[in-house]
Design a protein around this ligand. Structure first.
Ligand code: URA
Length: 223
């Protein structure tokens, strides 16, 4: 059962406050700050990347470097904005020298990711790159095989479409990957529209009740 957006947002803010002081793994010693994620706390679409890089660690916001610029560009090309989605990472702290996330770091950070997905209640999750894709699809199939193919999963009792995409950083390194990412991205608005279709009307028994949806809300930094 879905909870009211305002209550979910409050819980997300509480989770952010908790995460901000996290010392559960050694990455807490080398980070500048925790990069919790940002965007619309009630977004239908979320993006899950790998881990903060240099700029993200400095600014406390995910995907603000070159990979983030490409992500923003692709969103705009497809009629979406960064403000209308939520962006987060598997790891909330930067690994030194941007090395790959380690299995124990992923396992330690996982409860934050699970709680974020549960509280935001997205309809579509775009996993960016191998780490997020393997983790959330619970499959060993890597991004080269899985990209561009939506998968229906049940997360926290809700059905969610997971849509694996190449990581924008990989796209910046290889033109062919960028083309593929652009092509996969172009199918996202249709997938989102389909995922957001209301369920068929129940048989009429009385005056229809209008479902109210709170205005989009920007979960920024909380100071
Ligand atoms: N790459 C990621 O996976 N996440 C970021 O936030 C930035 C770059």
């Amino acid at each position: 059962m879905s909870h009211p957006a305002a209550a979910r947002r409050e819980d997300l803010v509480a989770l952010y406050r908790e995460a901000r002081g996290c010392t559960a793994c050694p990455l807490s010693a080398s980070r500048t700050q925790v990069v919790f994620g940002n965007g619309d706390a009630d977004a239908d679409l979320i993006f899950v990347g790998e881990a903060p890089g240099f700029h993200e660690d400095r600014q406390g916001v995910p995907f603000v470097g070159r990979a983030g610029q490409l992500l923003n560009e692709l969103l705009m090309e497809n009629g979406m904005s960064r403000e209308s989605v939520f962006v987060l990472n598997v790891l909330k702290c930067r690994p030194p020298e941007n090395r790959d996330p380690q299995p124990d770091e992923i396992a330690t950070c996982r409860p934050y990711l699970d709680a974020q997905v549960e509280l935001i209640e997205p309809r579509v999750i775009c996993t960016l790159g191998n780490f997020a894709t393997k983790l959330l699809t619970r499959s060993s199939a890597g991004i080269t095989r899985a990209h561009g193919q939506p998968q229906l999963h049940s997360i926290g009792g809700r059905s969610v479409r997971i849509y694996p995409l190449f990581h924008p950083a990989a796209a910046l390194r290889t033109p062919r990957v960028k083309e593929q990412l652009r092509e996969d991205f172009s199918r996202l608005p249709g997938l989102l529209a389909q995922a957001c279709e209301p369920p068929p009307d129940p048989p009429a028994t009385g005056p229809a009740e209008q479902e109210s949806r709170p205005a989009a809300d920007q979960l920024g930094l909380f100071g």
